[in-house]
Write a protein that binds this ligand. Structure first.
Ligand code: NI
Length: 193
């Protein structure tokens, strides 16, 4: 029986771009993130003005089985929507109590996490640093650099699944914005109980 490509030979991820040889990444553009940023007018403007890619990630087609592991890179390009840094949509795992590891390879960013009960955790990501996302916590990657691409490598249980739930309606409890040239974590005005 032939092996799937990711077992047959190691997958090579480029140091600089984070892209995998021979595998098409998925991508999310401004048009894919309606109402995800606080400044929706600015997002619309960026969509109309080139609609560039905010981030890329991988689906390797690994079977969604409990004993398999999904892996790949998340690549968040630098930029802001208004004062809010480029970020991923973020998700809970459908099997809520499943964890995930992110190893930062390039750039400077943050893993923002929150539990359904409202506990918030955020960890800075720098090259070589591994962030453990505990089970039950929604998670989102945020690029805190205005010039560098944030590349992280992730691994999680293949059947964990992605669930957007409350994130689609009101986002995370905290957002990260630039204030006087520095990042700041502030309450998300759109988030209401
Ligand atoms: Ni995840």
């Amino acid at each position: 029986m032939p092996y799937p490509f990711y077992i047959e030979k190691p997958v090579h991820f480029d140091d600089k771009t984070g892209l995998a040889d021979g595998v098409e990444p998925l991508e999310r553009r401004y048009s894919d993130m309606k109402n995800m940023y606080l400044d929706e007018d600015r997002r619309k403007k960026l969509e109309a003005d080139g609609n560039s890619i905010i981030y890329r990630f991988y689906d390797m087609g690994i079977p969604e089985k409990e004993n398999d592991l999904v892996f790949g890179t998340s690549i968040v390009y630098p930029g802001k929507v208004g004062s809010e840094y480029h970020m991923t949509n973020g998700h809970f795992h459908t099997i809520l109590d499943t964890a995930e590891i992110y190893l930062c390879q390039t750039g400077y960013g943050m893993m923002m996490m929150e539990s359904p009960e409202g506990d918030v955790l955020y960890k800075e990501m720098r090259p070589g640093r591994a962030v453990y996302v505990p089970g039950r916590y929604a998670h989102r990657s945020i690029n805190l650099s205005n010039t560098e691409t944030l590349i992280t490598f992730y691994v999680f249980r293949a059947d964990a699944g992605h669930e957007y739930g409350s994130i689609k309606d009101k986002g995370f409890r905290k957002i990260v914005v630039e204030q006087d040239g520095e990042w700041a974590v502030i309450d998300n005005p759109r988030w209401k109980t």
